[in-house]
Design a protein around this ligand. Structure first.
Ligand code: SAM
Length: 384
């Protein structure tokens, strides 16, 4: 299997290189309106934003910044296939202008525009970005009627263009089954509040472009891509930053396109891509190791499994996980036109066993697989 990853250093308010109805999934995090680090970038796009900020007119600056984003969301609507999803990671902003402290509700402004554009809103995810910063409690401390609640969460707004995606052809159905995730991953990934994500260092000390990358953790696009697309699909990020969505698409066996205004991020994106082979292996190994831990616990608690995965011969909870397979990323080659080509193995690999103990458990499952995998009591005895 092969995928391609294209990086385009242009404004995504016009994605002329992408044909209409051609992208399966959009995963992105725009610059957050009314967060100070983006003032300059928004002002460069529309001088009136600079004036509104200078005049301390928060609501006008907020609205004008969102109009810049609206143009990108309109393009997203054009290029997305029917049945495709859009995931927008966004945080609200707080700011004091002219002595007035206020919340600028970015998530609800984006939601309103997306609904007007004709997208269907779906249940969203809130991810908790807990901080220990001493200044996280805002306002007048312990004195009533003057303190404000902390801002320690971000939203992942989820939309769909039109109705449910259909998988009609046999090849489409097969790829969908090969792209399945574990039952226990489903239980976490499809819960509305994510509390297990760790923030990442955003320090860009050597960059002349800005001090902080504003990157989201790899896990955010990696989960969303696995949840809402299948292998071989195309994922777009219209606000690519240092390339996290591209790396996640590479690891998950999807094609990708990323738009980024700052061409100065080129080296950072390509050096990140060079590291993705071992990183992707590590993430897959962790998923398998966590699954084996889950298997051991569930054997103890519930006493067995009804299904065995056809590729790895380990037990799985549901029929839908039987064809699940991880494709090992083998090579990442950059050609000179801002396109990266990646190749994958098509067969399950022994090396994804984490350590000897886990490997031997997989061997045990291997031994039972030829003798009709449904023998729960045999599994129980062997894994005790
Ligand atoms: C919040 S950052 C995205 C970070 C990204 N998720 C990552 O992990 O690196 C937003 C990015 O969008 C870029 N940007 C802002 N407006 C843009 C536009 N109209 N077209 C393309 N890129 C844009 C900014 O330069 C910035 O790098």
């Amino acid at each position: 299997m092969e995928t391609t990853h294209q990086i385009i250093f242009e404004n995504s308010n016009s994605m002329a290189d992408i044909s209409s109805d051609s992208v399966d999934l959009v995963v992105t995090s725009p610059p957050y309106p009314m967060i100070g680090m983006w003032d300059e970038m928004f002002s460069a796009q529309n001088r009136k934003i600079h004036e509104a900020l200078n005049n301390h007119n928060g609501s006008r600056a907020f609205e004008l910044m969102h109009r810049e984003l609206d143009a990108v969301w309109n393009e997203v609507r054009r290029i997305l296939k029917k049945g495709g999803f859009v995931c927008i990671n966004i945080g609200d902003a707080t700011r004091t202008l002219n002595g007035n402290f206020a919340l600028y509700p970015n998530h609800s402004r984006i939601m309103t525009h997306m609904l007007r554009t004709g997208f269907t809103a779906l249940p969203e995810i809130l991810w908790r970005k807990q901080t220990n910063a001493p200044n996280k409690f805002m306002g007048s401390g312990m004195l009533p009627a003057g303190a404000y609640v902390t801002l320690e969460h971000e939203f992942i707004l989820i939309f769909r263009k039109g109705g449910k995606r259909e998988f009609k052809k046999n090849t489409e159905k097969t790829e969908r089954r090969r792209s399945s995730y574990f039952w226990e991953e489903r239980n976490v990934w499809f819960s509305d509040i994510w509390t297990d994500l760790k923030g990442i260092s955003q320090n860009l000390s050597e960059s002349k472009i800005r001090k902080r990358s504003a990157a989201f953790p790899f896990e955010v696009p990696y989960r969303l891509i696995n949840m809402l697309s299948v292998k071989g699909d195309t994922v777009l990020d219209p606000f690519l930053g240092i390339g996290t969505t591209t790396f996640a698409a590479m690891a998950a066996c999807r094609n990708s396109v990323g738009y980024e205004l700052e061409s100065g991020f080129r080296d950072l994106i390509f050096s990140g891509a060079d590291k993705i082979v071992p990183y992707s292996d590590e993430r897959i190994s962790k998923r398998i190791a966590s699954h084996l831990d889950f298997v051991k616990e569930r054997f103890k608690a519930k006493g067995g499994f009804k299904h065995i995965n056809n590729n790895y011969n380990f037990p799985v909870v549901t029929q839908q996980e039987k064809d699940l397979i991880f494709n090992e990323l083998i090579s990442v080659i950059r050609n000179d036109k801002n396109v990266i080509e990646t190749t994958y193995s098509d067969s399950p690999q022994d090396k994804f066993c984490i350590d000897e103990k886990d490997c031997s458990e997989m061997q045990i499952a291997n031994q039972i697989s030829p003798q009709k995998k449904e023998n729960i009591s045999t599994q129980l005895r062997l894994l005790e």
